[in-house]
Design a protein around this ligand. Sequence first.
Ligand code: 3HC
Ligand code: NAI
Length: 690
Amino acid sequence: MSTLVSYAVERGVAVLTVENPPVNALSPGVPQGILEGLAQASADGEVKAVVLIGGGRTFIAGADINEFVKIHEGQGGGLDAILQAVTSLEASAKPVVAAIHGTALGGGLEVAMACHYRIAVAAAQVGQPEVKLGIIPGGEGTQRLPRLAGAKAAVELCAFGEPIPAPQAHAAGIVDRIVEGDLRAGAIDFALGVAGAPPPRTGERTVTADPAIFAAAHQEADKRMRGQTAPHAAIDAVESATRLPFREGCAEEARLFEQCLKSDQSKALVHAFFGERAVAKIPGIGKDTPLLPVRRAAVIGAGTMGGGIAMVYANAGLPIILKETTQEALDRGMGTIRKNYANSVKRGRFTEAAANERLALITPQLTYDGFGECDIVIEAVFENMGLKKQVFAEIDTVARPDAILASNTSTLDIDEIASATKRPEWVIGHHYFSPANVMRLLEIVRGKASSKSVVASSMDLARKLRKVGVLVGNCRGFVGNRMFAPYCRESIFLVEEGAPPELVDGTMYEFGMAMGPLAVQDLAGLDVGWRIRLEYKHTEVPGVRYAELDTLLCERGHYGQKTGRGFYLYDEARKPSPNPQVRELAATVGVPPRAIGKQEIVDRLTCALINEGARILEDGIALRSVDIDIVYINGYGFPAWRGGPMKYADLTGLTAIRDRIRGFGWKPAPLLDRLAGEGSTFAAYDKGKS
Ligand code: 3HC
Ligand code: NAI
């Protein structure tokens, strides 16, 4: 008997319990264990019915995603065992009841749907999230789900991948009963109630649907899952259930599944799934590192970022003080927070009562009162070293000796900021992205003195704040902004060379970026970069090309959205239209204009990111290439289905990337050059380091 599925008989019901922590994935051995248990139950004359349940915190969270990595790397793996298990479960002469708690996701829900009945606790969730891995359900889910819940609900679940709570699944016909109290006992009672009756088999049902459902879903997928192929394949697979007999529909599902699994999109999304979890693992910082509990916080500065950070804490249920220097700035900051919450209520994201609860957790004030009780203080004042040092010197005197002191600086040296305190080991960067309450990324900037405990606690806190924390080293711009600088510069060069801004942005949008680089710069304010450039003018090297167009725009007061004019013109509703002055000013830069194609735009902009990414990696500013990918996916709108810039480079081939870089007349980063020469990848470099 498999050690991953246990077998017990209770009151004449065989109970098969999946024991594959932490999430009972259908790893090799689990489907086999289910099959063995089923065979044993079928042969046992005492057994009248079967219950399939998950041990530990959940039912089955799906196929083992590591198996897909094996397939991507050409090392075997497949769904045969899962397919055998679902077929045998449905064929069983004795009724089989799936008892669901935690999550029944992907292959987990497919196994449950192959059972004759499903019961669940109210807190359980079910879903087909495969599209988030660039694939579609491959365990006959696209065929059974529409037969249980109708095509519309099946399309929604399979194409968009969001799980639903058990009560909703009950209303949709996926779950037969919601049980209160002990699930196992409830499942055995249920099984005894249905024993003896012929088991209903979902595969024997039929389903029809209005074809308009699928047309609408394809349109919706183009919007919600822009650029991705799996959602469309999922819709087609569900559609096949409405016109083909069950087995033929399953064959169609298998064909589409294979196609998706082989795609670069699937490789990229699986990389992003494991990457998001890998970034939490910091070499040298073990699970035994003491964590500082964060129960109360304070943020200094109620501007764009400070206000957003206050909302992040309040949204996670943590009380936070919001400190400003003037009543006017404080009122403005609180006004913005109130407006944001009111908008969320209007959009139905949460109730007014919930918004008020969150607001009540934010205490606006002008003094340092109560700072002594805070476990963390976050500084979010203007980006000015003198001011930051003064603020840190003040915090040093008011904060508890064991409080984390964090700075939200986007460019400044954390070590210099820490030097303003007598406890640099407690100082760290917590770099949020605007809008802080929306963007998932939190760059955690490790200073040379930051203690392990402060680092580990920051990573843990990020998770509690529902952020993706990525540990980065201390350098100008850290990981994200350091790479963003050459990317933005290159986008301006393209315009100077004759590419219209709409073409540059439109091409990158088509590539999958949330926004084009020029539109982003207009949003952030062109004056931000301009001021930095003026400050560092003396460091510019003669003979090196610098972007000039943004300076020319700024000199005319065109700072982007805030002045209604930048790379684009903006109307009252901030709708962009072409700015004719851009072409005129670009012509004065002295680069002869030429026609620039989309491929060149994509290549130059992605190579700008990758080349700097490789330097960052070699400098040890990012721990692994996957950390860079997670930064870009969660903070810069890089499409997850391309895996992040470094995975994109791996999938394209590092030799090709290096040759493109040389072709542009740039110098390849030494690490990139070396890996390309060895025929290697960034992923292999990561493995070599771990
Ligand atoms: N396969 C392999 N490992 C998995 C896994 C899976 N399906 N699901 C989770 N894990 C691993 C994680 O990598 C993590 O490992 P780590 O501790 O070494 O980093 C560990 O389990 C715990 O996962 P989380 O940290 O994500 O735990 P949470 O409690 O936060 O979340 C969860 C649990 C909601 C189940 C979440 O892990 C999740 O969404 N998992 C993926 C579910 C999924 O996509 N299922 C479909 C798989 S594809 C499929 O089933 C194809 C089918 O159609 C044939
Ligand atoms: P902002 O100008 O909107 O807000 C700064 C606020 O700090 C102002 O309200 C000001 O009154 C207040 N302030 C100044 N000195 C203070 C003091 N001594 N005590 C209390 N409050 C004080 O600036 P923003 O954009 O919020 O930036 C803050 C920090 O966050 C900067 O370091 C910036 O580099 C960083 N950052 C900004 C991002 C952005 O997109 N705006 C993104 C990530 C980081």
